[in-house]
Design a protein around this ligand. Sequence first.
Ligand SMILES: Nc1ncnc2c1ncn2[C@@H]1O[C@H](COP(=O)(O)OP(=O)(O)OP(=O)(O)O)[C@@H](O)[C@H]1O
Length: 256
Amino acid sequence: MALIVEDLRTYYFQTDKVIPAVDGVSFAVSPEKTVCLVGESGCGKSAVALSLLGLIEPPGKIVAGRVSLDGRNLLTLPPEELRLLRGQDVAIIFQNSCYSLNPSLTIGIQLAETVLSHREVSQSAAKEMAVDVLRRVRLPEPAKLYDRYPFELSGGMQQRVMIAMALLLKPRYLIADEPTSALDITTQTHILDELMELKEQYGAGMLFITHDLAVVAEIADEVAVMNQGKIVEYGSVFEVFQNPAHPYTRQLLQAV
Ligand SMILES: Nc1ncnc2c1ncn2[C@@H]1O[C@H](COP(=O)(O)OP(=O)(O)OP(=O)(O)O)[C@@H](O)[C@H]1O
């Protein structure tokens, strides 16, 4: 079943004004497909990603819309159900691992805790799953890495750990918010290739957020172009790149 977003509206309420960061956005991610959400900085891409998993914080608020998965509206799920769904059905990979990894816990503890908070398995089974996923994202010496702290790893390795964390419970959907943009170009290319390979192995659908149209051309099945909180163009990557209908899309393509 697809992950379906309908008329999503997320606003930031400031004392003097309201910012309609997401202003009536609709799209769907089908199993095994990659939808790229593109647009310039500040157009609302991250607000979409955060809204899907109930991660918008004040002064932000989801004011309308529906996000359906298997007939359930994720926007109205009780917090405990949403917590269980996060990671297990839909996982998110953020732009910057510094915000997502806990600096005071080893990599292994963080991965194993995620397993234990979702599955009824033994400590040793959780450790085995953690080491296995570290191996899958091609981190060297995964058993040793298990006992390392995030600060002992390079930026590229930390980002691989974030991908490992997202893939740990084999979610059906991945949301990747500029997962490689903080890295140098060579590491970006490697990690992106590996992410796509793993996504295919797992059969996951993916919402991939980026402002890099070269990346879109490489990985997208469908592309949604966002401008000022709205999707102004949405279609197959071929259609949108060959025959952009909206002036803003043409402007983006010309800037490449
Ligand atoms: N905590 C916040 N308080 C107030 N406004 C916010 C907050 N977070 C985001 N916004 C506003 O919401 C709008 C959308 O921001 P968002 O971060 O979703 O854009 P983006 O397209 O992801 O940008 P980038 O590519 O730079 O990450 C922007 O106008 C931003 O200033």
